[in-house]
Design a protein around this ligand. Structure first.
Ligand code: NI
Length: 428
């Protein structure tokens, strides 16, 4: 009960103002969502033609010369400013006021050493190379976002940096982009990855840890070869390797908190070829994963200790190589809570709340994690599943096929995520 009538009048006015403001801003958001989606849909043919061109001409990590040239030519046509090169083939486009806040969007450009087995008009023209992880679509959607944002550049309440990066597939392209200054003054970064488990027109993600820290290793266990009939004259590396492989499995089951996710998989073992000869050495290798970067470092250390120690018990010597030159370890992806909520809000606005799904954590790696070590970031999935056209295969499958309807949707989502972020974080 309000005793003071002046105060209650003031309160009533304030509430009415706030209610109107809310309705106005909701209407504004809905208008905006409609506008950005319809502008993106009008660009569908443009987007499809770019994506098909990239798909037909896949390029491996750090060799994305033609892909990069195509992106630059499109940006030139649009009159969008960019800096080039970063990390050999990468580039950064910049749109907006040039002042803070600065927000970054990222797409990866590299393809896989994989033979495409999908028969369609725009199949890869290069044998043994395929865009089997959707990076052709990521690049296209970011280019689409550039076009949409450029058209609205006078309305942007800050600056958007659009990062086209090389070498996501094992090359840690993101870390090179960062070293060369690609983030500029960005205070937050968003990335999208296509997702074959959810239908086109939906997005999904989770806050906190979402993708694993990843590294690889190889080991050589050396003994002394000899005749299979006289094992006492040899030092058998096969038995030593067998104990070693089993001992490694205890690292996860006995040393890691059961509530912390880690994986250790031995994926190959190579030894002799004859049926009656004990080989002189055994080679083996595999991958290590952890949902925290710290967990991965510990696991790497223990893997080395166990292989060397276990081989030594059986009189062998072991050399462990973490392959960090060729396959730099990736940190874990950790989604910022606030940015995650932002993506969910923008997703609901554009696609409807029912199309913002709860995502899943997976033990795959993603070099987006390098950006998230420097500034808060959010990586989310965008659905491409469409059973009617066979878009049902997982990335890295030779049958991977994506629903191109995602292209305008992804362009609009990318653009809106950045534009609304700037609106919410502008201090002027
Ligand atoms: Ni990928």
């Amino acid at each position: 009960m309000f005793r003071n009538s002046k105060f209650s009048t003031f309160l009533l006015l304030l509430l009415t103002y706030l209610a109107n403001y809310r309705t106005e801003s909701t209407n504004f958001d809905q208008e905006y969502a409609k506008e950005i989606l319809s502008s993106a849909q009008q660009e569908k043919d443009w987007l499809v033609s770019i994506r098909r061109k990239i798909h037909e001409n896949p390029e491996l990590a750090f060799q994305e010369f033609n892909t990069s040239a195509l992106i630059r030519s499109k940006l030139d046509e649009l009159g969008i400013f960019y800096e080039y090169p970063f990390a050999k083939t990468g580039l950064v486009a910049q749109i907006g006021s040039g002042s803070r806040p600065v927000v970054a969007l990222r797409a990866d450009m590299d393809a896989l050493p994989l033979q495409e087995l999908v028969e369609w008009d725009h199949k890869s023209k290069l044998d043994g190379l395929m865009h089997g992880c959707g990076h052709d679509a990521h690049t296209t959607m970011l280019l689409g976002a550039a076009k949409l944002l450029h058209r609205r550049k006078h309305k942007l309440k800050g600056t958007v940096r659009l990062l086209f990066q090389p070498g996501e597939e094992g090359g840690a392209g993101a870390s090179h982009m960062i070293k060369e200054g690609a983030l500029g003054g960005a205070e937050a970064i968003f990335g999208m990855h296509v997702d074959f488990t959810n239908p086109t027109g939906s997005i999904s993600s989770v806050p906190g840890p979402i993708l694993a820290a990843v590294s690889f290793f190889e080991a050589k266990i050396v003994g002394k070869g000899g005749h299979g009939a006289a094992p006492h004259h040899s030092i058998d590396p096969v038995v030593a390797a067998s104990y070693t492989i089993l001992a490694l499995q205890q690292l996860i089951s006995r040393e890691v908190d059961p509530l912390h996710s880690q994986v250790l998989s031995i994926t190959y073992v190579r030894a002799g070829t004859a049926l009656n000869v004990i080989p002189s050495s055994v080679e083996l290798g595999g991958t290590l994963r952890s949902l925290t970067t710290k967990g991965l470092h510990r696991l790497q250390q223990r893997v080395k200790e166990v292989i060397e120690g276990q081989a030594g018990i059986l009189r062998c010597t072991a050399h462990v190589d973490m392959k960090e030159e060729k396959f730099p370890p990736y940190p874990a992806c950790f989604n910022d809570e606030g940015l995650h909520e932002h993506v969910e809000r923008v997703g609901s606005l554009l696609l409807g709340a029912e199309n913002v799904k709860k995502g899943k954590k997976v033990m795959a790696g993603e070099d987006f994690a390098f950006y998230q070590e420097v500034i808060p970031g959010e990586i989310f999935n965008i659905g491409i599943r469409n059973e009617a056209i066979g878009a049902v295969h997982s990335p890295h499958s030779p049958y991977f096929f994506l629903d191109e309807d995602v292209l305008p949707i992804g362009a609009a989502v990318h653009a809106a995520v950045a534009e609304i972020y700037l609106r919410n974080h502008s201090h002027f």
